[in-house]
Design a protein around this ligand. Structure first.
Ligand SMILES: Nc1nc2c(c(=O)[nH]1)N[C@H]1C(S)=C(S)[C@@H](COP(=O)(O)O)O[C@H]1N2
Ligand SMILES: [Mo]
Length: 219
């Protein structure tokens, strides 16, 4: 990220305000799982919208690295070849953004997070994960949620390299949570014993972020 590039404060303030205004009364929260493919309140997007903080860091594969730290047996810094040495697979999944758009049938290429964990070995005390990005963004998830088969560290989308616009060269994909839990421009994965709410999680967005429960904003 160039020195003069900073997250767009206006944009962040607007989204933070929006989170506060839209916070539903607990009674208005529909619970339970919908049989449909589209979670409550969502619509299918045309194309794939771009949602960032007003900054798109330029990270070439030569410059990119992934720092793995915290409660992990094998802390390390993976460069691009080391990342590609991890098991690579394709997986197709849907993606749901809190601003109400969803995309279906996205074909991701990359490493399953659970295969990544098998390689770096989080310690027994690790219960939470924080993902950090080249734009200064962070987001958090329980480690258990990251071990589902569809949670991936991806570098390919629909047969092409993941573009800079969408978080390339490497981003997270966590299909069962709202999209802000899927860090773009991934820079570090940190294993922790205690939860550590991330960028939007401290600004009024739900810590759990379940699309199927319309779980958008914190109580
Ligand atoms: N590093 C970083 N990751 C991020 C964000 C961001 O601003 N910075 N925005 C989040 C949000 S709100 C969404 S909807 C998705 C958007 O991904 P896309 O721009 O590829 O659609 O990335 C998520 N991950
Ligand atoms: Mo989003």
């Amino acid at each position: 990220m160039a020195n003069e590039e900073r997250p767009n404060d206006k944009l962040i303030a607007k989204k933070t305000e929006w989170a506060a205004a839209k916070r539903p009364a607990p009674s208005a929260r529909p619970g339970g799982v919908y049989a449909d493919r589209l979670p409550p309140g969502q619509h299918v997007a045309e194309g794939w919208p771009v949602l960032d903080l007003g900054v798109k860091p330029e990270v070439t594969t030569e410059k990119w690295s992934l720092t793995v730290d915290g409660l992990v047996a094998l802390p390390r810094v993976l460069d691009w070849p080391a990342f590609l040495d991890l098991p690579q697979i394709d997986d197709v999944s849907d993606f749901h953004c809190v601003t109400t758009w969803s995309t279906f049938d996205n074909r991701w290429r990359g490493t399953r997070f659970k295969d990544f964990c098998a390689a770096v070995k989080p310690s027994a005390e690790a219960r939470h994960v924080v993902f950090s990005s080249y734009d200064g963004y962070t987001t958090n998830l329980p480690l258990a949620a990251c071990l589902d088969d569809d949670v991936m560290i991806v570098h390919g989308y629909n047969g092409r390299p993941l573009t800079r616009d969408h978080g390339g060269p490497v981003r997270m994909i966590v299909p069962k949570r709202y999209a802000w839990k899927s860090a773009t421009w991934l820079r570090a994965v940190t294993f922790l014993a205690a939860d550590a709410p991330g960028f939007w999680e401290v600004r009024g967005y739900s810590n759990t972020a379940f699309p199927w429960d319309d779980d958008r904003f914190s109580e």
